[in-house]
Design a binder for this molecule. Structure first.
Ligand SMILES: Nc1ncnc2c1ncn2[C@@H]1O[C@H](COP(=O)(O)OP(=O)(O)OP(=O)(O)O)[C@@H](O)[C@H]1O
Ligand SMILES: [Mg+2]
Length: 404
């Protein structure tokens, strides 16, 4: 039993040593085939490198970013091909060789071993180089700086929104106010400040409007995230966007101009609340009940501008330099007729640029006389002001811009 064990052991060790010796001596006895093999394998790697380089070129032309693993692979391949080239220089047959082989066995042993090592590395790189994709869409950085549109009248709403966005307890904020009061402008200001303060990793602002095109909204959000939604079916599109949004640790989605109750998860694919705590929503709407029906508990009203702010905005829009007391009185009344609505103030101001005192007086009368009582669902003050500026716009082409 003991003898048998020793015999088995000796035979195993012998076999092992034999394998070891054969393997160790391969570089000496199979030198030629090793050199040929190395050449063959490095040629194959070269052609794979060319294919990947072509893909990289095309991706760069499409302004895509090259994946990190691909970059590393390219650099590793360059290194190894350089090393192989150096090795091949040394392995090149010369006159002193006999039958295409170097007679120096020790030399053959060392270089043959180096060649085998490089071949193992080439094999690894060949496998690693099977990339499905070499690149990804980059996020287009829409860095919109602040337009400095804050007034004393709007600062309180702005501060409340910023506070809510910073708070962990609030995942949806509603900003409401009448048409033309400056909700979109304020939301843009919030986006600029939140970007500056790096409150979120990503901020997307999309216009929803009265008749929302959900597919276009999804594409707009997706583009900001570097995602391309290929699906056609509504549910599949929403689910694709939702799973991508869940990867964002802290994202703010600003939904501007919302008119009806939206089903964020199913209509668009926006996971929010308990579904994804990292996703905050700021929505702007003319109607408070829209905020409420969408589940927003923090709702902030944007009120009209106070006289001083309205006057400053008017003077800027009208490029007003004439400080005569008579004009000053008319301007005061014109500004009051605009009822603190930035849309009206800017429109009337621009329409009255470089106008005479008489033209100012006529404009004031028109603003006072405008009979809008019969028109439904139109913000009367805005309409009145727009009609005035419309009358003052002389060219037909400019007028057509106002025919909404
Ligand atoms: N703070 C501001 N400073 C300068 N101009 C402003 C400001 N707020 C608004 N405006 C002007 O008024 C116009 C209307 O503002 P905005 O579009 O923000 O209103 P809104 O409340 O979003 O209106 P709507 O309900 O129709 O969407 C803007 O195009 C801009 O010219
Ligand atoms: Mg708006």
């Amino acid at each position: 039993m003991g003898d048998q064990f020793i015999t088995d052991m000796v035979s195993k060790i012998g076999g092992y040593l034999m394998d070891l010796t054969i393997n160790e001596l391969r570089p000496v006895f199979q030198f030629k085939s090793i050199v040929e093999d190395l050449k063959h394998k490095s040629d194959n790697l070269c052609s794979k490198q060319r294919t990947i380089q072509d893909k990289i070129c095309r991706a760069k032309q499409n302004s895509e970013a090259i994946n990190d693993d691909v970059r590393k692979w390219v650099s590793d391949v360059e290194d190894i091909l350089k090393r192989v080239q150096n090795l091949e220089e040394k392995l090149r047959p010369n006159k002193r060789w006999l039958c295409g082989q170097c007679p120096n066995m020790i030399w053959r042993y060392h270089l043959g071993k180096d060649a085998m090592k490089e071949m193992a590395a080439i094999k690894m790189l060949q496998q690693e180089g099977d990339f499905g994709q070499v690149s990804h869409h980059t996020i287009v950085d829409v860095n919109i700086p602040s337009q400095e549109t804050l007034f004393e009248s709007t600062e309180s709403a702005f501060d409340q929104i910023m506070e809510a966005l910073k708070s962990d307890d609030c995942n949806m904020v509603g900003l409401y106010g009448i048409g033309g009061v400056g909700k979109t402008t304020l939301a843009q200001e919030v986006r600029a400040r939140a970007t500056e303060l790096k409150l979120f990793d990503n901020i997307v602002m999309v216009v929803v409007s009265q008749n929302p095109n959900f597919s276009a909204i999804q594409d707009e959000i997706a583009e900001r995230l570097g995602l391309k939604i290929e699906e056609k079916v509504k549910e599949a599109r929403a689910s694709r966007l939702s799973s991508r949004l869940k990867q964002e640790k802290k994202i703010l989605i600003i939904l501007d101009d919302v008119w009806g109750d939206l089903d964020l998860a199913n209509d668009i694919g926006i996971p929010h609340g308990d579904d994804h705590k990292g996703c905050k929503i700021l929505l702007t709407t003319r109607r408070l009940h829209v905020c409420k029906s969408m589940g927003s508990k923090k709702n902030i009203e944007l009120a009209a501008l106070k006289y001083e702010d309205a006057r400053a905005l008017f003077e800027k829009s009208a490029d007003l330099t004439d400080k005569s007391p008579e004009l000053n009185e008319i301007v005061k009344e014109v500004v009051r007729e605009c009822k603190g609505l930035p849309l009206a103030i800017v429109a009337v101001g621009k329409a009255l640029r470089e106008k005479t005192l008489d033209e100012y007086k006529r404009a004031l009368n028109q603003l006072k006389d405008a009979r809008l009582d019969e028109i439904e669902d139109v913000d009367k003050e805005v309409y009145k002001s727009l009609m005035l500026s419309y009358d003052y716009l002389k060219s037909k082409q400019t007028k057509s811009c106002f025919l909404l």
